[in-house]
Write a protein that binds this ligand. Sequence first.
Ligand code: DAH
Length: 480
Amino acid sequence: MRAATLKGAQRALMSACMPAPVAARARTLASASPAVCSCSYSSTSSSSSPLATLGSSLGLCGRQQRPFARINSSSSARSRRALRPLATAAVEARRGPAAPAKDQVLTSDPANNVTEYIYSKMGINLHHQPNHPIGIIKQAIYDYFEQGSPGVFKAFDDMYPVVACTANFDEILIPADHVSRSPNDTYYVSADKVLRCHTSAHQAELLRTKQPAFLVTGDVYRRDSIDATHYPVFHQMEGVRIYGPADWEAAGLEATAFAERELKSALEGLAKHLFGDVECRWGLAKHLFGDVECRWVDAYFPFTEPSFELEIFFNGKWMEVLGCGVMEQVILDKNYGEGHKAWAFGLGLERLAMVLFDIPDIRLFWSDDDRFLKQFKAGDLNSKFKSYSKFPPCYKDMAFWVSPEFTENNLCELVRGIGGDLVEEVVCIDNFTNPKTQRTSNCYRITYRSMERSLTDEEINGLQARVRQGVAEQLKVELR
Ligand code: DAH
């Protein structure tokens, strides 16, 4: 059933959501990039269309370790929204002309769990800003692929971020019961449409356009925890390259072995291009070259076999920066045609940029403070972020008896919606179960800190009071 009906569904999605055929929005890296480097990808159609637009955890894998929790998305969405501040004029000013219309994203559909806060991030398109770290790293990756394979890769970076569930999940073989489909993890616009949670959502659609190699950059959306490396909106780049029998025969290799070899060499080359003297060895637990420690680990993704992840050691922790593998044959056969082999990867631009530019907190990418923005320049991969000031954190703890409906993602969504980017971290610091009543109490520590100014007690107390009220009213828990 999948091949025929999904094609139909996908066409319907494209005509409903997309301003122009995919082919019209692609740019060959070569033609857009005369000198191969530092070209700026001005969008081909986004400015002319009100609908064309935009773009971690790379967390499909992270999520697999989490419980598959469900919330009553309709009632919680309504009540959460009541607490959201409306998008300010400043937010509106940052949106590009191609931001999705509000009524296409914040709908009264019972499945809708998108918030004002999330909508306020749509259309900003950090990857379209040439002097922004996200724009710089996108361009550096485009340059790398163009230099290695001139004229081969086509770049897409204004694909519409609202996609059909078929595209986000089914067409790339994400099982019906996979945790990433939960409204606890993903933003639903309606029962059959989501804010893409990864750029892999465009894989099948682009395969059908018969592009033999492409890169897709965009903003992606996930309900998730709050800390220095997690933010509910971030940017990914998807890369795909397809080969024919002549390619693996010339190399004297079997097709999968050939694709795997090409994938590894492409991504190791990319790591060197970005980080200089770095070598990422497969199978080693930990390796230090130059300034960056990285390791490859075996992974699982529903859409690749075999699958791998690249992790980089950053600020005391291993941080996953990309997932990749040899594309599941059925995806390629159905959407591109039989007799081929392909590799694919998906990488998190914020995380790579954090390592490259030494940016300690993912919230900084959303800052419009010149003290941040003026530190970076298109084409310059060598600048290191200099912290302009350190303001003290303010910790607030809150404990409550949890209920079966409670999830940490709902708590984080609520806290972010009230405290915005002043919230640095939300972490469970204690929990216990009363042996008599069997009720469980969790204690969360919320860290508030601005990267731009000192916060007053009054301001933090006001935010915390609203958080407490929101938690009690919306999360169906009992404050202690
Ligand atoms: N879509 C995955 C995620 O967001 C990342 C990924 C893994 C993309 C493997 C790929 C791939 O194309 O082959 O977690």
